[in-house]
Design a protein around this ligand. Structure first.
Ligand SMILES: [Cu+2]
Length: 316
């Protein structure tokens, strides 16, 4: 058998260039270029921007992950392109490629490189979740990460079909439909719900926290610039989920204080009827409160409590 195989006419051996080295060289150049563009050109424009510390941190995370992912993607595309161009079928060449058997070095490299990438992402992701302001997500009732320094402004976010309302416990606990925040001060959001599961998503603040009934979900952010914040419900919560949309405003500290003081006095009569400020509310008492609101003439006939005039920003 061996003799017969040896006797078969074999084409003259071609001198093969070092394909591995060529692919590696192309990959190094492309990866470096892609990473530089990702970090310096595209990076500063990546979502969710840098209106708050939490947002800027998420932008950093996305930049880091993009820089790690680009060389992987570049390798796949370069190998694909190289194979198409260099190893394509040529006229008159009906020869089969050499059979492939185990290649210890390639296997070891593959397993090592992929393991290192995945473990690095795991380590980086865990570190950023635990340390960097809880990654802007709700950390539950007793957050691991807390800001240091001056006491944060507390804002309670109450999800309800189909509205977010906000209570300011440090200003007498008034409840309003307008989210107004001061620039340069830590905000401690306490997110809860009166009915089904909602999710408080304040895009430019980099905050996205589930609003569960009976649960106090805490999230932190500090706005570093004034501006407008898009607020959406990010959890399908019923018929008008798509309409659970609003804008919040980050304003100067003076503008915030004057808004908070005037809203506090404007809503004083409503605040008296509200249940006292608490981290969670008993959803079964909501209809009772709503009835009291209608009776007092401060809610619509449907009983929904949507107090407060819309906020017009002083320094948009
Ligand atoms: Cu919702």
């Amino acid at each position: 058998m061996a003799a017969a195989a040896d006797a078969a006419p074999s084409p003259a051996p071609r001198s093969e260039p070092n394909h591995g080295l060529r692919i590696f060289a192309i990959w190094v150049v492309v990866s470096l270029a892609a990473d530089l563009v990702l970090w310096f050109v595209w990076g500063p424009h990546m979502p969710p921007g840098d209106l708050s510390t939490a947002a800027a941190n998420q932008q950093f995370d996305i930049q880091v992950m993009a820089v790690m992912a680009a060389p992987v993607m570049a390798f796949v595309l370069i190998y694909f392109g190289y194979a198409l161009v260099v190893w394509r079928h040529r006229e008159g060449d009906d020869e089969d490629g050499p059979p492939l058997h185990g290649h210890a070095r390639i296997q070891a490299t593959w397993i090592t490189v992929t393991s290192v990438i995945v473990l690095c992402l795991f380590g980086f992701g865990t570190y950023e979740l635990v340390t960097a302001q809880g990654a802007g997500a709700g950390e539950g009732p007793s957050p691991i990460w807390k800001p240091s320094g001056a006491a944060p402004l507390q804002v309670q976010v109450i999800g309800q079909q189909w509205r977010f309302t906000y209570r300011y416990p440090q200003f007498g606990g008034f409840e309003t439909t307008a989210l107004v925040l001061p620039v340069g001060r830590w905000v401690e959001f306490h997110v809860t719900s009166l009915d089904v599961i909602h999710s408080f998503w304040a895009y430019q603040l980099g905050v996205k926290a589930d609003a569960n009934p009976g649960t106090d979900n805490v999230a932190f952010a500090k706005a570093t610039q004034t501006g407008q914040v898009t607020i959406r419900c990010a959890e399908l919560c019923g018929l008008w989920h798509g309409a659970m949309f609003d804008y919040g405003h980050v304003v100067s500290d003076t503008a915030f204080m004057s808004w908070a003081r005037s809203t506090r006095s404007a809503l004083a009569s409503v605040t008296r009827i509200l249940p006292p400020y608490a981290t969670t509310y008993d959803p079964t008492v909501v209809p009772t409160i709503n009835k009291a609101m209608v009776k007092a003439g401060i809610a619509g006939a449907n009983g929904y409590y949507y107090p407060g005039p819309p906020y017009t920003p002083v320094n948009p």
